[in-house]
Design a protein around this ligand. Structure first.
Ligand SMILES: [Zn+2]
Length: 304
């Protein structure tokens, strides 16, 4: 079985929705710009990226002439080196890539032994942007904007105006618990609030899970506010351990979404937010947090 299902959203937009959506299993979007193909996000390994390129062939579209990476995470960039086209990324995403290149994907293979990191590689993008860029085609203009720190410190949004479709990368998760480890819970919530009005009536394609409407933005906002509120309250009561806080807080509005245990990492980031630490500041003791995550899963009994 293929890892994706293609959702033909009309107006030349094909969403490759990962049928699982878990760790390193992300979506890509193929846009027929009229005469050339724009690809938004590659996949985490060679086999998945190659099957994506084959599917582009079978859709009758030319191979991508341009790639936008919504952010630096490996599940959106590791296949970049297999595509002979310029890659566009936010400057801060490119900086993160440079920093991670020496240790990843080897480190991830250790952390996720069941995943296949064949032909996974960080490569430097040809184009970096600060505030955004316009990509023109026969069908219309794809507006690429930077909204500020959220899921990471270098998230881009691609607005396909003619189709009223926004490809928002990991600013939106749907059915899969979001992960704020490389960004900020507070800043992400703020971003979603600022995007909400502009996304009203649009189809939103996030990085994990099926396309949705603006209601998913409301749900995510609620989750982040819930985490911030509960973390603040429990910290004031003297709790310091992200695992203990997460177990008491519960996922609240996202109860039932998969990878619930990410709550532990989100609480750890919320604690940093509450201390006034900047978005994206590296988290200390990742191995310790990973152990707590496993422990949360054991205590709550969520699926792996
Ligand atoms: Zn991500």
């Amino acid at each position: 079985m293929e890892w994706y299902r293609i959702e033909d959203l009309g107006n030349g937009v094909y969403a490759f929705i990962d049928v699982d959506g878990g760790w390193f299993r992300s979506n890509s979007v193929v846009v027929d710009m009229g005469g050339y193909t724009l690809l938004i996000d590659t996949q985490y390994n060679g086999p998945r990226t190659r099957s994506l390129l084959e599917a582009i062939d079978s859709l009758g579209l030319p191979q991508p002439s341009l790639v936008v990476n919504t952010h630096h995470h490996g599940d959106h960039t590791f296949g970049n080196h297999l595509i002979k086209a310029p890659k566009i990324m936010h400057r801060k995403a490119a900086e993160r890539l440079e920093a991670l290149a020496p240790i990843a994907p080897g480190l991830y293979q250790q952390l996720f032994p069941h995943l296949d990191f064949t032909d996974s590689k960080y490569t430097r993008p040809e184009v970096v942007v600060d505030n955004g860029i316009l990509i023109q085609g026969e069908r219309g203009t794809a507006r690429v904007t930077y909204e500020g720190p959220a899921h990471t410190v270098g998230d881009l949004v691609v607005w396909l105006d003619w189709a009223r479709i926004a490809v928002v990368g990991d600013l939106v998760f749907n059915g899969v618990t979001p992960l704020a480890i490389d960004g900020s819970v507070a800043a992400w919530e703020e971003r979603l609030r600022s995007l909400r009005e502009r996304l009203e009536g649009w189809t939103i394609i996030g990085g994990h899970g099926p396309p949705a409407g603006v209601e998913v933005v409301d749900l995510l906002s609620k989750y982040f506010r819930h985490i911030l509120g509960a973390t603040r309250m429990l910290a004031e009561e003297g709790l310091e351990d992200p695992l203990e806080i997460a177990l008491k807080a519960t996922p609240g509005p996202l109860q039932g979404w998969r990878e619930e245990e990410r709550l532990v990492l989100n609480v750890a980031r919320a604690l940093m937010d509450l201390q006034g630490r900047p978005p994206g500041e590296p988290m200390g003791d990742l191995p310790g947090l990973a152990t707590k995550l496993v422990e949360y899963r054991r205590r709550v009994g969520t699926r792996a």
